[in-house]
Design a protein around this ligand. Sequence first.
Ligand SMILES: NC(=O)c1ccc[n+]([C@@H]2O[C@H](COP(=O)([O-])OP(=O)(O)OC[C@H]3O[C@@H](n4cnc5c(N)ncnc54)[C@H](OP(=O)(O)O)[C@@H]3O)[C@@H](O)[C@H]2O)c1
Length: 325
Amino acid sequence: MQAITYQEYGNTEVLTLSQMARPTPKENEILVKIFASTVTPADIAFLKGNPYIARLFTGLFKPKNKVLGTELSGEIVAVGKNVTKYKVGDTIFASPADGSGAHAEYICLPEDGAQARMAEDWTYEQAAAICYGTLTALPFLRDAGKIKPGDKVLIIGASGSIGTIAVQLAKELGANVTGVCSGNNVELVEALGADEVIDYGQQDFTQNNIKYDVIFDTIGKSNFHKCRKILTDKGRYLTTTIDFSNIPYMLFGNMWGGKQAIFAATGLRKAAEQIIDLAFIKKLILGGKLKIIIDRAYSFEQIADAYAYVDKGHKVGNVVVTFNT
Ligand SMILES: NC(=O)c1ccc[n+]([C@@H]2O[C@H](COP(=O)([O-])OP(=O)(O)OC[C@H]3O[C@@H](n4cnc5c(N)ncnc54)[C@H](OP(=O)(O)O)[C@@H]3O)[C@@H](O)[C@H]2O)c1
């Protein structure tokens, strides 16, 4: 099969179109022919081995997993002999457990991994872009943020993969939502349901004299110190990225139960929890309550261009890569 591989950390020039043996499913695995995947900032981080702390998981000097790709959609073409939950011909969307392996023609996944069946009228492009944003935004807002109806929530990076989902999920949880994005994306963020939108090019959101119960920085453009004064007394500051300036607040600030700074890692969650979350997300999408935003689609052969585009940091929602079409 064809796969995009990398043998060392670097920029897009280390990505190679390679021939690899097609994997064979173990007794409890399904073999999926991948039709679409995405390129995400997580792929960029794994490609570069930066932030360095991530190398504790991805390999200190060289990448352990040679194929990137954190999410996918495709069709099951073989199943191991103990598989009962899925059958050949089922179409699924999935998030591989180690956050890699989806930039290839085939992948083996455990039957009880973080995946779910596609709805009949979904496209592979749309389905491929569901897992990364939703499986990150949902636990941040629901579990770490403990959002209640009426809470005031600020979403920084409201036009990104995680942000576009976070705005919609926070509304679904009953919050009053303010999104922070650039002027180009104000209309989109309003259309996703935000009650207020702040164009960060025009206004500094920390200077508005408005307090928030939850601030969710989806892209690591702020820090707890800067946001502290606009948090309510028991407010929570959530961040997807590791900023060393936040660590003392995360370690010690939380001990006194006032304003809290919280980082969480989606990749460390159990597949069983993620399966439940995907069922919830699927229901929201089918009910028209959650939209997956696609910025651009690239072919498999153009994947280096997709990486270069995502690396610029301005994508709106998701960047999809299509295979086998
Ligand atoms: N902790 C975890 O488990 C976990 C899981 C997944 C991902 N992550 C991390 O989450 C981060 C974000 O991922 P993502 O995929 O959502 O990002 P993304 O889609 O690349 O977000 C980019 C968006 O942010 C906007 N933006 C840029 N600068 C901004 C600013 N100063 N204020 C507000 N918006 C701004 C960009 O538009 P403009 O340039 O037009 O403003 C663009 O629409 C990555 O660092 C990734 O590694 C963490």
